[in-house]
Design a protein around this ligand. Structure first.
Ligand code: UDP
Length: 238
């Protein structure tokens, strides 16, 4: 059997991916597909943690423009990530994958509070840990939460699942013919070119702590497994 090149990974799933072909909301079909892939790599013995976004339901910055104060809007965004996380947890468990949901905001009836050591124990026991509510702080993003949690749990890499192949110089959905794809980038290039891959706080954290980020199309079947086996998929930022 092929051997995984990573022992522990953190998968970031953005709200944009979770909405599938809809304008907003959750596509359970997308969650089913991702759950199958996560189950596959768990069976290979790879530790998996997941950070879910919330942009399919609420984006703080956008509703703040409509008159809700920014901090409240961001708390709404964090609550949205918990809704996504509960859905994903259920779908994983229905497939026999053992999970724990941990939230950066206290919501005890729904999720355990995030406690780093406890998260590590869950992962050591083979559970897929889903991190919800981002960092628990307004003015941050779930990309930054992914970078933070990756460091805290000793993840070797962040897999950022998107709807496109990887990082381009401009939006490939808007400019399908004249957008350039980057198979690899340095952290500095990603920051300086302002490529909108991840926010600058998240990229800077990964740079400072040497965690590579792989941006890839999560809607293409088998991509997570291929990455875990060391194939070149998407864009690697390191
Ligand atoms: N958010 C926040 N602090 C965090 C993470 C998220 O305030 O640490 C809020 C913010 O309003 C954001 C929303 O939650 O717009 C949804 O998260 P994000 O936009 O990162 O989700 P994604 O882009 O991955 O769907």
């Amino acid at each position: 059997m092929d051997k995984p090149i990573y022992k522990r990974i953190l998968l970031k799933i953005s709200g944009e991916v979770l909405q599938g072909e809809r304008d907003c909301g959750i596509s359970l079909d997308v969650l089913e597909d991702i759950a199958d892939e996560v189950g596959g790599i768990r069976r290979m013995g790879v530790d998996v943690a997941v950070v879910v976004g919330g942009g399919n339901l609420i984006r703080g910055a956008i509703i703040a423009e409509k008159g809700i104060d920014r901090a409240s809007a961001d708390y709404m965004g964090m609550l949205a990530t918990i809704i996504n996380a509960v859905a994903f947890q259920n779908i994983l468990e229905a497939k026999g994958i053992s999970t724990r949901l941990m939230s950066a905001l206290e919501i005890r009836q729904v999720a355990e509070p995030f406690i780093r050591r406890r998260a590590l124990r869950h992962i050591e026991k083979g559970r897929v840990v889903i991190f919800a509510a981002g960092t628990g702080n307004p003015y941050f993003t779930t990309d930054t939460a992914a970078a933070l949690r990756a460091m805290e749990i000793g993840s070797e890499v962040i897999l950022k699942g998107t709807k496109v192949k990887g990082v381009f110089d401009r939006d490939p959905e808007l400019y399908p013919l004249d957008s350039q794809f980057f198979p690899q980038l340095t952290y500095i290039e990603a920051l300086e070119r302002n490529l909108k891959v991840m926010d600058s706080t998240a990229i800077s954290l990964c740079r400072d702590h040497g965690i590579p980020i792989i941006v890839f199309n999560i809607r293409e079947r088998d991509n997570i497994r291929r990455i875990v086996l060391g194939e070149k998929v998407g864009t690697i930022i390191r």
